[in-house]
Design a protein around this ligand. Structure first.
Ligand SMILES: [Zn+2]
Length: 422
């Protein structure tokens, strides 16, 4: 669904930054692990109503490939030529394209992060290079990518895109920022998931400082207009197949965070059928499920068979679990073991919970090996399927490993992953 770009970028890090020369080095970087699938029907030139600018060809491909609006912002100028390079300004960055370069694609971000840091900032201790004391610190700058930015930084291209980290994480007023050669990343835990990491408007500031022409252009009649759904990103295009991933018996302090990390990495949303007694023990994990946009649903307090139980018992199991979860509880329940009698559905619905079972059960609790669990899912999944997995109640490392395989494979097939009970 997306562009297949095989990019072997030779990035020259020396030169334009404000970095002291001993910090920097030249490096070849292979971006081929970021390649995506080809789709020839995509437009090669689009107009942005938001800013009245065009984006086309290599700049457009690069912009889409590495994160689009969230990472770079909208284009705010027309491309202009400078020293044989084509420059285009975006809200958060400046991209430059060298048409003479013989490598496959040669688009880079300018060193705006280093410029923003400025020479005076380098004298503060956060910017001091030095012994690689912290884990993962780069010799080039003595700094590691901070914990808040690691996945974002890797996912959107790492060193070739952002450059090396040139400061430590700096936290103030509840927000965390880190300077990189080509960008500044900021983390705000109070924002919704997709907006927690953002970049300051360095491109816009630079354009204003240099009096770059940012006036709107006329829209040509035959040009595509950019929208979230145009390139299969972000939009809820209804012809894409959907899978509903569900996770029972958690939260678990060990496996639920791993599941949440994987869902985040794949832009996937799921539904957690939690046990009240576990939810009460892990309120932070319930909060993270909510913050990350997942559904929290009811799997009873302590996992009894509901078949044969009295109304009072069923009511207590469901209500006590909702008390532990709080206002985040969705109006859905799943009976443990799928165990129901003729009353279970009626009583659950009278208490406000729709009963949700499943379509695909890979029997992950048998622990047959992650590959077997994944194969069972991939062999029987279909658009609209509800998949049953477990994130708690026992040792679930195979389930987590299988989840990663399934997310990778189904994402590649164009599936998206939505929460239930919305
Ligand atoms: Zn269960």
């Amino acid at each position: 669904m997306i562009l297949r770009l095989l990019i072997a970028a030779i990035i020259t890090l020396a030169g334009t930054s404000g970095l002291p020369s001993e910090y920097i080095d030249s490096e070849s970087v292979d971006l081929s692990h970021l390649q995506r699938d080809q789709d020839d029907e995509l437009p090669t030139r689009v107009y942005f109503e938001e800013t009245g600018q065009y984006l086309e060809d290599e700049m457009l491909e690069f912009w889409l490939e590495y994160g689009g609006v969230n990472v770079f912002g909208y284009p705010i100028s027309a491309p202009s030529t400078s020293d044989g390079m084509i420059l285009q300004y975006f809200e958060r960055t400046v991209l430059e394209y060298d048409p003479d370069n013989s490598s496959e694609v040669q688009v880079q971000l300018r060193h705006l992060g280093a410029q923003a840091a400025g020479p005076s900032m380098f004298r503060s201790s956060a910017f001091e290079p030095g012994e690689t004391t912290s884990d993962g610190a780069f010799e080039e700058t003595g700094h590691a990518v901070g914990e808040h930015f690691q996945r974002y930084w890797e996912r959107h291209g790492g060193i070739p895109i952002f450059g090396f980290p040139i400061s430590a994480e700096i936290t103030a007023n509840g927000k965390t920022i880190q300077y990189f050669e080509r960008a500044v990343l900021q983390y705000n835990p109070d924002k919704p998931r997709d907006w927690r990491i953002s970049q300051p408007l360095l491109g816009l500031e630079t354009a204003q400082a240099k009096n770059v022409d940012t006036s709107r252009q006329q829209r040509d009649n035959d040009v595509a207009v950019y929208s979230d759904g145009l390139f299969g990103q972000g939009g809820a295009s209804s012809d894409e197949p959907v899978v509903y991933l569900t996770f029972d018996d958690g939260p678990s302090g060990t496996y639920t965070p791993e599941v949440l990390d994987l869902l985040y990495d794949y832009d996937a949303y799921g539904t957690f059928f939690v046990l009240g007694q576990a939810a009460e023990y892990y309120p932070d994990l319930i909060q993270r499920m909510v913050d990350d946009g997942h559904t929290v649903a009811n799997h009873t307090w302590d996992h009894p068979q509901l078949a044969g139980k009295s109304f009072a018992e069923v009511e207590w199991q469901l209500k006590e679990t909702t008390r532990a979860v709080g206002s985040a509880m969705a109006p859905c329940m799943r009976p443990p073991y799928g165990s129901m009698d003729s009353n279970t559905r009626t009583w659950s619905e009278s208490l406000g919970y729709e009963v949700i079972l499943w379509d695909v059960d890979p029997r992950d609790w048998e622990r047959p090996g992650a590959g077997v669990i994944a194969d069972r899912i991939l062999g029987s999944v279909f658009p609209g399927a509800v998949v049953l997995l477990h994130d708690g109640g026992s040792e679930r490392s195979q389930s987590v490993e299988a989840l990663e395989i399934v997310l990778e494979e189904l994402s590649g097939q164009g599936y998206r992953f939505e929460p239930m009970c919305r």
